[in-house]
Design a protein around this ligand. Sequence first.
Ligand code: G6P
Length: 761
Amino acid sequence: MRLLSARLIISLIVGITLVSLCSSYYQVLVLNRGLRKDLQHRAEVLGESLAKNVERDLARDALSALRRTVEQFANREHLAGLAVYNAQGHPIAVTTNLEPLIPTAPAVVLQTLKEGHSTSAFLRIGISSIHIYAVPLHRDDELIGTLAIVHDAGYIRGESLRIWRETFLSALAHVVLIVFITLLIVRWSIAGPIARTAHWMRALRTGRSSARIKVPDLELFRPLAREVATFAESLNTARSAAELEARLRETGQSVWTADRLAVHVQSRLADGRLFVVSNREPYLHTRRDKGVVVNVPASGLVTAIEPVLRACDGTWVAHGSGDADLDAVDGHDRLAVPPDDPRYTLRRVWLTKEEEAGYYYGFSNEGLWPLCHIAHTRPLFRADDWQNYQEVNRKFADALLEEMENISRPVVLVQDYHFALLPRMIKRRRPDARVAIFWHIPWPNPEAFRICPWQRELVDGLLGADLVGFHIQAHCTNFLQTVDRIVESRIDWERFSVQRLDHRTTVRPFPISVEFADAPVEPPRESAYEERAGLLKAMGVEAVLMGVGVDRLDYTKGILERFLAIERFLEKYPRYQGVFTFVQIGAPSRTHIKRYHDLQAEVEAEVDRINWRFGADQWKPIVLLNRQHSHKEIEPYYRAADLCLVTSLHDGMNLVAKEFVATRHDERGVLILSCFTGAARELLDALQVNPYDIDQTAEAIRAALEMSAEEKQIRMQRMRKVVREQNVFRWAGTLIGELCEVRLDGADGGREKFRTGATAG
Ligand code: G6P
């Protein structure tokens, strides 16, 4: 730092001095020119005024008159004197002071005599500097002599010296002042922050920094500060990962992290590449008044897959459903995402309105969804919808095959019930691809599945995959029993696989999950109590206790049953009236489907009815927040709630239950969980209820609110341990790991049939 300051000071001194010197040189030049011009002008004026008289006296040989004249003009301001010369250049009359200075006619006088017009010159004689202006003298037209007007020009040099002196002093003052101010600025704005940053980085390096990364304020170096912040964040993440690994080694556990997943997948993929196919895309470009915004849809599937692709790159093929999606892609319908920190490729597939209506709303959500969820909504199967379902599966297969072109070891993860036909279509064209399909919803028993007119085609399409995944073992069993009933195949119940013709499909449970952080990314500024009071106040409600429910507005989620249980609870335990409020965050979903549209109205009506029945003053039993909420918006509700209600009538897994647990770093809050969710198999410390049993759920609400703090903590700690270990990275890691272990059909992995870019059959 000292060396830096010395260099800075020397550079400043040299710089300022050079600038001052140049500017003074120019000033002196201008001044010199001005003074000389002025002197010349004065000499000319004097010459003109005297010439007539001197001519007359010279013509008359009036020597005494001439001498008087030349003496009269001695010692005037800067005027050294006058001299009159005859036509031969001999002095006739010379001011006394001048005689020693110019004993003979100077060259300028002789030049005037020769050329017959006025001339002037600056001369240095000894140490004196003079200016001579010579005027020709005439009698009629005859040149009879010269009048020389001599000025002392020494004062011009004096003026120049004065300027140089002043410049030097002012430059000196500038140097001192600027160096002083610069040193102050450097100290306050640069050296100070840099020293603080260095100190902070040292603390970071030696692990003494707090978990929260707050970069010192480096106003002047904003881009640098940003980089340092990112660097610090990576360092902290790496350190946390290393610490976690060390802790895990110490305790003999093995928890999956994003880093571990990345390493695991990369080693399994080797030179292969990961492809994901889903209906829902992870990023939607939507037009708003002020331009285009990018949204992440509130979907459990997106929550689960996004961290996987972020961790290991790859391509995600999905339906481009945002109204500005088309503008965001390149010529191949691709874009790099996440938009602000690209990690992988999103390939968008475009669907017509008719295709979307038939494949998504119709066959997938009015057919397969109610078929697989036993929630007593009758599935609708229409031939047109089936037609569209097949065509859209083919369209996605084409897009995927195009993306896989020239990729030698593709690994494909197909997501969900929208693409039951896709595995077969892909394998037919690319037998060398490893294909898994993960079915995110329950698989019903064979009796229930039988009602689907295209059950055979669906099962056959799925059996094209090398691996079929479900959330829980029960769904795997249901699937194998369905296969057994519907198609010709050999089922190996030991290994849980199906041999059909020359292809083997393995069936396994992979319980999906969420990310789990040991500490909150940003420690909450308030306690759960304060946060709860703040949230309720913002909703205009006065209450002491709060419950929360977070769901897509879907008839499988048991939202109406939940409200009935809340009503029953308030009825049975009136002491909680005016005290307990339940906040239902309900994201509208699939609203073009009548059943969903009606459900929304039913939910609103039920909230109104219950609120009307019990509501008083500033208190309401239920607050319905009927819109899409981001994870960030939902988190405060999870953190602040005394209990979370998940009352699905049937659910593959239910990630809300796991998200609630993962968010409760304070180890408080009680989870009430439907026994018909996949999550109920893992979260044994939740208060499990049958959502159809309204009284039981009402009792669970009371039990949750009256549970001792210790009991809550023990239960939450145990559930957090489960979610921490069974996190989303484990889900992806084991799914991809298992898929990469699968032996492809034929010794060469079916490569003799390898073709690219062709239309899927
Ligand atoms: C839930 C299911 C997923 C399904 C998703 C579709 O999250 O668990 O299996 O993919 O809904 O929701 P969407 O809004 O895209 O129809």
